[in-house]
Structure formats: structure tokens, C-alpha cells
Ligand binder design. Structure first.
Ligand SMILES: Cc1ncc(COP(=O)(O)O)c(C=O)c1O
Length: 384
């Protein structure tokens, strides 16, 4: 007979295993700091007066919550306005909003690929994609990270075995800051006719002439069938969206996705904040260029101390440490100096690739990074 004690004991055992391996996670409040290199608010818009004003106006117009799920009465003019703005920015005809980027991915991967379909996904796709694929009906296979030759092999091998093949990847990978050659994927799509799903969560703001994402930077946005995005990173809010080529994707999810149907819709202030943030980001060319310059500087300094490579140039920079204890120790050393960085451990990243995740935002100046470089240089020297 099951008892609370038995259940608690089982949970404790699993938690203790995590503690033993230095992998236990717990919530903590941010400490006072002078430099935050851990957040995804790449343009610091969470505190931008126009974004705050837009949120305040939305609260005054609509109240603090949307009050209902979207098919009842939760879909409000502020949501419709945001959607129009997204479609115009992303140059896609149809789209919809979700309560988070995580839920957007779950909805797509659970409901769109059917039982006669195959999904080919990069090995390191975000957990939301993985969870969506796991709960969906389609078979899925993962190709080695960024390895498009392997992707092509799988496309050739399986092209006659399924009704539809989907290819899923992030553009900028959240924990690695690297990205696939999108032109290459577009060429494969032309040859093998798959449905392309691209998660642009971390590329928004940084890439593209108006911050639209990497698909726009690489001029392949027209070939992508489903672009997934989040309002929660450069757009300084919360919520997710998809923009798509075919209206049926939207109608289908509105009709069959429980994630969309049965949850109170995102708060008006969130929608309004994101809409204001898009307008700022679209016109932030100077800031974007300055941010890229800071990133370039930091990346080239890392190369000098043997901790970087020239291959990628996004604002997310992983410093692979390898051991969990050393990763936590470096994070804490930086924290003592008032610098926040992410310490990313398994299972978020593969075993043995524990890392500091540094994300550069538009407020960071080259000088601000010298202390980080000093700590890393010393660690590298001691490690030999
Ligand atoms: C690649 C990727 N997709 C989706 C998400 C989920 O987005 P959200 O934070 O809006 O749930 C994240 C967030 O970490 C992400 O990194």
C-alpha cells in the first residue's frame, strides 16, 4: 500500500543522488551585483521606460490579467495587436501567441507531426522541443549537434518511409551560442522537401537587419515553415509565439492543442511590453552593432587565453570547464566580485561539459569584462 512516507523516501533518494554529484538545483534570489552576464534580456528592455509605459497602459485598459483562456474571452485586442506586429516584423502571413516559448514548442511537436511522420532534430535542441517530441505521435531521431551531413544521411535513408519529415533546430543554441548553417539547411530542404521548424528564441534582437532573427540574417526566413520565438528574452516580457507559412498550422493548434485551449491567456501587460520591445529592437541598429563589437572583443580576448574559438559570433558564450565543482567555484568567485554568470551543469548540458554561460547584453562595455577575463585566465593557467 502506497504511503506518503514511501513516496517521500523515494524522492529523497533521487534528490540525495543529485546532491552527491553537486547537481542539486535550488532557487535563490539574485545577490546585489554590478554586472549581470547571466540573463537573456540582451537589450536591457525590462527596464526601458517605453516598455514599462506600454505595460502600465495595458493594465489600465484591460486589467492585470486576461481573465480567461483565449477561446473563451481571453484573446484581447492587445494580443491581436502584438500578433500583427510580429507578423509584419517576421514577414510571415499567420501566427499565434502562447503563454511561453516552452509551451509553444510543446504544442507544435506534440500535435503537428502525426503517427506516420518523422522528426529529425539536432541532438542539443531545447528541452521544450524534446518534451514535445516525446509526448507526440511521430517517431523522432536526433542528429549530432550541427552535423548537417548526418542530417542529410538521415533524410536520404528515411525519405520514402514516412508521410512527412520535419527538421527541427534552434538557430542560436541556448547553451552553446553556436548555430547551424541555415543556408545549408535551406538547400537540403529544396532537395528533400521537409517541413522546417526553427526556434529563434536566442537570435531575436541580435541577428537580422531589424533584429528579426538568424533566418533573416541568413536570408532563409521564407523557406522556414514554422518559426518559433519567445517574448521572454530580448523582448523583455513573457510568452511565446509561432509564425508560419500555412494557416492550417494555426487552425489545427487552436482546435487541438490543449496547451493553448485550456490555459488562461498571457497577461495584457506582457503582450503590450513585447509589442513595445519589438518597436525598439527594430530600430536598434546602433545598439545592435555596439553589442556585436563588445561580443567580438570578448570572444577575441578569450581566444588569447585559450578559451575561445573564432567559429561563432553570437552573444552567448560558453566557457567549457568540464568539472562541476570547478564550474561552481568559478561562478562563486565571479559572484564575490559582483559579476553574475550562469553555471550550467548536467543534465542541462551533456556530462563533462559543465560550463559558465556568459551572455553579453547591450549595457556591457569592453572594460566591464576585464575582471571576468582575469579570473578565467588564472583558472586556465592553474589548470595547465
Ligand atoms: C531555445 C529555446 N526555446 C524555447 C525556450 C522557452 O522559452 P520561454 O522562456 O519563453 O518559455 C527557451 C528558453 O530557455 C529556449 O532557450
Amino acid at each position: 500500500m502506497a504511503s506518503l512516507e514511501n513516496l517521500v523516501e523515494r524522492l529523497q533518494l533521487q534528490l540525495e543522488d543529485r546532491r552527491q554529484k553537486d547537481l542539486f538545483r535550488e532557487l535563490s534570489l539574485p545577490v546585489p551585483h554590478k554586472l549581470d552576464l547571466s540573463a537573456n534580456d540582451y537589450f536591457q528592455l525590462r527596464t526601458h521606460p517605453k516598455v514599462i509605459q506600454a505595460s502600465e497602459n495595458a493594465i489600465r485598459s484591460y486589467g492585470t490579467g486576461s481573465g480567461a483562456s483565449p477561446l473563451v474571452t481571453g484573446f484581447l485586442p492587445c494580443h491581436s495587436q502584438l500578433l500583427d506586429k510580429l507578423l509584419e516584423w517576421k514577414q510571415k502571413p499567420y501566427g499565434m501567441l502562447f503563454n511561453s516559448g516552452f509551451i509553444a514548442n510543446q504544442a507544435i511537436f506534440k500535435h503537428i507531426p502525426g503517427d506516420k511522420d518523422l522528426v529529425l532534430a539536432d541532438k542539443l535542441v531545447h528541452h521544450s522541443v524534446l518534451q514535445g517530441m516525446t509526448s507526440g505521435k511521430a517517431k523522432f531521431l536526433r542528429y549530432p549537434h550541427l552535423n548537417l551531413d548526418k542530417l542529410e544521411e538521415l533524410l536520404i535513408k528515411h525519405r520514402n518511409d514516412f508521410d512527412t519529415i520535419f527538421v527541427a533546430t534552434e538557430s542560436v543554441f541556448s547553451m552553446d551560442g553556436d548555430y547551424p548553417d541555415l543556408q545549408h539547411i535551406a538547400a537540403l530542404k529544396k532537395k528533400y522537401k521537409f517541413i522546417w521548424i526553427l526556434d529563434e528564441a536566442h537570435a531575436i534582437g541580435y541577428w537580422g537587419p531589424q533584429g528579426e532573427g538568424l533566418a533573416h540574417e541568413h536570408k532563409v526566413y521564407d523557406q522556414v515553415d514554422i518559426i518559433v520565438g519567445t517574448l521572454s528574452k530580448a523582448l523583455a516580457s513573457s510568452g511565446g509565439y509561432i509564425v508560419v507559412k500555412a494557416r492550417e498550422f494555426i487552425d489545427y493548434l487552436i482546435n487541438f492543442s490543449g496547451e493553448f485551449i485550456y490555459s488562461t491567456y498571457l497577461a495584457p501587460a506582457q503582450a503590450a511590453a513585447a509589442e513595445a520591445a519589438i518597436e525598439i529592437i527594430k530600430n536598434a541598429e546602433t545598439t545592435r552593432n555596439l553589442l556585436k563589437k563588445t561580443v567580438k572583443h570578448f570572444r577575441s580576448e578569450l581566444i588569447k587565453i585559450g578559451l575561445g574559438s573564432e567559429e561563432f559570433s553570437s552573444q552567448i558564450i560558453p566557457i567549457i570547464i568540464g568539472e562541476t565543482e570547478a564550474t561552481l567555484s568559478l561562478k562563486n568567485q565571479l559572484k564575490e566580485k559582483g559579476i553574475l554568470v550562469g553555471a550550467i551543469r548536467p543534465p542541462t548540458v551533456p556530462k563533462g561539459t559543465d560550463r559558465l554561460r556568459i551572455s553579453i547584453h547591450s549595457g556591457v562595455r569592453e572594460n566591464d569584462l576585464s575582471e571576468v577575463l582575469k579570473v578565467l585566465k588564472l583558472w586556465k593557467k592553474q589548470k595547465g
